[in-house]
Design a protein around this ligand. Structure first.
Ligand SMILES: O=C(O)CCC(=O)C(=O)O
Length: 198
Protein backbone atom coordinates (compact mmCIF):
# COMPACT_ATOMS: atom_id res chain seq x y z
CA UNK A 1 0.00 0.00 0.00
CA UNK A 2 1.29 3.47 -0.86
CA UNK A 3 0.86 5.35 2.44
CA UNK A 4 1.60 8.79 0.98
CA UNK A 5 -1.05 8.64 -1.70
CA UNK A 6 -3.78 7.61 0.78
CA UNK A 7 -2.73 10.12 3.49
CA UNK A 8 -2.91 12.99 1.01
CA UNK A 9 -6.26 11.99 -0.47
CA UNK A 10 -9.35 14.12 -0.07
CA UNK A 11 -12.27 12.50 1.77
CA UNK A 12 -15.57 13.30 0.01
CA UNK A 13 -18.30 14.86 2.17
CA UNK A 14 -21.60 13.77 0.60
CA UNK A 15 -23.91 16.76 -0.07
CA UNK A 16 -26.80 17.31 -2.47
CA UNK A 17 -26.13 19.37 -5.60
CA UNK A 18 -22.40 19.89 -5.25
CA UNK A 19 -18.97 18.45 -4.49
CA UNK A 20 -17.28 18.90 -1.14
CA UNK A 21 -14.15 17.13 0.12
CA UNK A 22 -11.75 17.55 3.06
CA UNK A 23 -8.10 16.84 3.83
CA UNK A 24 -7.09 17.36 7.50
CA UNK A 25 -3.48 18.30 6.70
CA UNK A 26 -2.16 19.77 3.46
CA UNK A 27 1.39 18.38 2.98
CA UNK A 28 3.83 21.31 3.25
CA UNK A 29 7.57 21.52 3.98
CA UNK A 30 7.04 23.94 6.92
CA UNK A 31 5.05 23.36 10.12
CA UNK A 32 1.64 25.05 10.26
CA UNK A 33 2.65 27.59 12.95
CA UNK A 34 5.61 28.75 10.81
CA UNK A 35 3.34 29.06 7.73
CA UNK A 36 0.88 31.12 9.81
CA UNK A 37 3.65 33.41 11.07
CA UNK A 38 4.97 33.97 7.52
CA UNK A 39 1.47 34.59 6.11
CA UNK A 40 0.85 37.20 8.81
CA UNK A 41 4.20 38.94 8.21
CA UNK A 42 4.37 38.79 4.41
CA UNK A 43 0.77 39.60 3.41
CA UNK A 44 -0.22 43.17 2.53
CA UNK A 45 -3.38 42.98 4.67
CA UNK A 46 -6.16 45.49 4.03
CA UNK A 47 -9.17 46.47 6.08
CA UNK A 48 -11.76 47.12 3.36
CA UNK A 49 -14.85 49.35 3.59
CA UNK A 50 -18.11 47.67 2.61
CA UNK A 51 -21.66 48.98 2.16
CA UNK A 52 -24.42 46.97 3.88
CA UNK A 53 -28.05 48.18 3.60
CA UNK A 54 -26.72 51.57 2.41
CA UNK A 55 -24.39 52.01 5.42
CA UNK A 56 -20.61 51.97 5.17
CA UNK A 57 -18.71 49.66 7.54
CA UNK A 58 -15.21 48.25 7.90
CA UNK A 59 -15.21 44.61 6.78
CA UNK A 60 -15.04 42.36 9.89
CA UNK A 61 -11.72 40.76 8.85
CA UNK A 62 -8.52 41.64 6.97
CA UNK A 63 -8.08 40.51 3.36
CA UNK A 64 -5.67 40.53 0.43
CA UNK A 65 -5.76 39.44 -3.22
CA UNK A 66 -2.72 37.85 -4.93
CA UNK A 67 -2.05 36.06 -8.22
CA UNK A 68 -2.36 36.69 -11.91
CA UNK A 69 -5.82 38.16 -12.46
CA UNK A 70 -8.10 41.01 -11.36
CA UNK A 71 -11.14 40.05 -9.33
CA UNK A 72 -14.45 41.76 -8.65
CA UNK A 73 -16.63 40.84 -5.68
CA UNK A 74 -19.11 42.75 -3.52
CA UNK A 75 -18.97 45.51 -6.16
CA UNK A 76 -15.21 46.09 -5.73
CA UNK A 77 -12.38 45.35 -8.16
CA UNK A 78 -9.09 44.08 -6.74
CA UNK A 79 -5.78 44.35 -8.61
CA UNK A 80 -3.56 41.42 -7.65
CA UNK A 81 -0.17 41.51 -6.00
CA UNK A 82 2.26 38.87 -7.37
CA UNK A 83 2.20 35.44 -5.65
CA UNK A 84 4.80 35.10 -2.87
CA UNK A 85 7.05 31.98 -2.77
CA UNK A 86 5.06 30.65 0.22
CA UNK A 87 1.73 31.14 -1.58
CA UNK A 88 3.20 29.34 -4.61
CA UNK A 89 4.18 26.38 -2.37
CA UNK A 90 0.66 26.25 -0.86
CA UNK A 91 -0.85 26.54 -4.35
CA UNK A 92 1.35 23.67 -5.68
CA UNK A 93 0.38 21.43 -2.72
CA UNK A 94 -3.33 22.24 -3.18
CA UNK A 95 -3.11 21.57 -6.95
CA UNK A 96 -1.50 18.18 -6.25
CA UNK A 97 -4.32 17.25 -3.85
CA UNK A 98 -7.29 18.53 -5.90
CA UNK A 99 -5.91 17.85 -9.40
CA UNK A 100 -7.03 21.36 -10.43
CA UNK A 101 -5.06 24.52 -11.33
CA UNK A 102 -5.31 27.91 -9.59
CA UNK A 103 -4.08 31.36 -10.66
CA UNK A 104 -5.38 33.55 -7.82
CA UNK A 105 -5.83 33.56 -4.08
CA UNK A 106 -7.99 35.54 -1.68
CA UNK A 107 -6.48 35.63 1.81
CA UNK A 108 -8.66 36.37 4.83
CA UNK A 109 -7.43 37.01 8.37
CA UNK A 110 -9.94 36.51 11.20
CA UNK A 111 -8.24 38.33 14.07
CA UNK A 112 -10.49 36.93 16.82
CA UNK A 113 -14.04 35.66 17.50
CA UNK A 114 -15.57 38.99 16.36
CA UNK A 115 -14.34 38.61 12.76
CA UNK A 116 -16.62 36.86 10.28
CA UNK A 117 -17.57 36.32 6.63
CA UNK A 118 -21.15 36.91 5.44
CA UNK A 119 -23.05 34.19 3.54
CA UNK A 120 -22.28 34.23 -0.17
CA UNK A 121 -21.47 31.98 -3.15
CA UNK A 122 -18.24 32.18 -5.09
CA UNK A 123 -20.18 32.36 -8.33
CA UNK A 124 -18.76 35.37 -10.17
CA UNK A 125 -18.82 34.75 -13.96
CA UNK A 126 -15.00 34.91 -14.21
CA UNK A 127 -14.76 31.78 -11.99
CA UNK A 128 -16.52 29.71 -14.66
CA UNK A 129 -19.74 27.63 -14.35
CA UNK A 130 -18.49 25.05 -11.81
CA UNK A 131 -15.59 26.66 -9.91
CA UNK A 132 -13.01 24.60 -8.05
CA UNK A 133 -12.16 26.46 -4.83
CA UNK A 134 -9.41 25.10 -2.56
CA UNK A 135 -9.76 26.63 0.91
CA UNK A 136 -6.68 26.22 3.12
CA UNK A 137 -6.73 27.22 6.81
CA UNK A 138 -4.05 28.00 9.40
CA UNK A 139 -4.37 28.88 13.09
CA UNK A 140 -7.54 28.72 15.18
CA UNK A 141 -10.38 26.47 13.99
CA UNK A 142 -13.52 28.21 12.81
CA UNK A 143 -16.90 26.73 11.86
CA UNK A 144 -17.58 26.91 8.13
CA UNK A 145 -21.33 26.84 7.46
CA UNK A 146 -23.01 25.90 4.17
CA UNK A 147 -26.71 26.57 3.59
CA UNK A 148 -28.56 25.13 0.60
CA UNK A 149 -30.29 27.82 -1.49
CA UNK A 150 -33.58 25.89 -1.87
CA UNK A 151 -33.57 22.90 0.53
CA UNK A 152 -33.73 23.14 4.36
CA UNK A 153 -30.18 21.81 4.61
CA UNK A 154 -27.23 23.18 6.61
CA UNK A 155 -23.74 21.65 6.81
CA UNK A 156 -21.23 22.73 9.49
CA UNK A 157 -17.54 21.91 9.18
CA UNK A 158 -14.67 22.60 11.55
CA UNK A 159 -11.87 24.08 9.41
CA UNK A 160 -8.83 23.05 11.45
CA UNK A 161 -5.18 24.20 11.33
CA UNK A 162 -3.48 23.02 8.11
CA UNK A 163 -6.64 21.64 6.51
CA UNK A 164 -7.89 21.89 2.92
CA UNK A 165 -11.56 22.01 1.96
CA UNK A 166 -12.35 21.54 -1.73
CA UNK A 167 -15.59 22.96 -3.16
CA UNK A 168 -16.40 21.98 -6.73
CA UNK A 169 -19.06 20.92 -9.24
CA UNK A 170 -22.36 22.83 -8.96
CA UNK A 171 -21.79 23.63 -5.23
CA UNK A 172 -21.54 27.41 -5.70
CA UNK A 173 -24.74 27.45 -7.80
CA UNK A 174 -26.72 25.64 -5.09
CA UNK A 175 -25.20 26.62 -1.75
CA UNK A 176 -24.08 29.72 0.18
CA UNK A 177 -21.28 29.59 2.71
CA UNK A 178 -19.99 31.81 5.50
CA UNK A 179 -18.23 32.07 8.87
CA UNK A 180 -20.24 33.43 11.80
CA UNK A 181 -18.82 35.36 14.73
CA UNK A 182 -18.08 33.05 17.68
CA UNK A 183 -19.63 33.57 21.10
CA UNK A 184 -16.52 32.18 22.84
CA UNK A 185 -13.04 33.75 22.59
CA UNK A 186 -10.93 32.31 19.81
CA UNK A 187 -7.48 32.93 18.37
CA UNK A 188 -6.39 34.23 15.00
CA UNK A 189 -7.00 32.32 11.77
CA UNK A 190 -5.74 32.85 8.21
CA UNK A 191 -7.61 31.29 5.30
CA UNK A 192 -6.53 31.16 1.66
CA UNK A 193 -9.11 30.42 -1.03
CA UNK A 194 -7.36 29.42 -4.23
CA UNK A 195 -9.35 29.98 -7.41
CA UNK A 196 -8.94 29.97 -11.17
CA UNK A 197 -10.00 33.21 -12.88
CA UNK A 198 -10.79 32.79 -16.59
O1 LIG B 1 -12.56 31.74 5.77
C1 LIG B 1 -13.20 30.89 5.18
O2 LIG B 1 -13.07 29.70 5.40
C2 LIG B 1 -14.22 31.33 4.16
C3 LIG B 1 -13.61 32.08 3.03
C4 LIG B 1 -14.62 32.36 1.95
O3 LIG B 1 -15.78 32.06 2.07
C5 LIG B 1 -14.19 33.00 0.72
O4 LIG B 1 -13.04 33.43 0.62
O5 LIG B 1 -15.03 33.10 -0.19
Amino acid sequence: MDLFSTVNQLTPIPVEDGELAFLPQLPLALPNDEVLRLLLDETAWREEMITVWGKRHLQPRLSAWYGEARYTYSGKTFDPLPFTPLQLAIKAAAEEVTGRRYNSVLLNCYRNERDSMGFHSDNEPELGPEPSIASVSFGASRTFILKHKRLPRTVKLDLTDGSLLHMAGPLQANWRHGINKETRPCGLRVNLTLRHIY
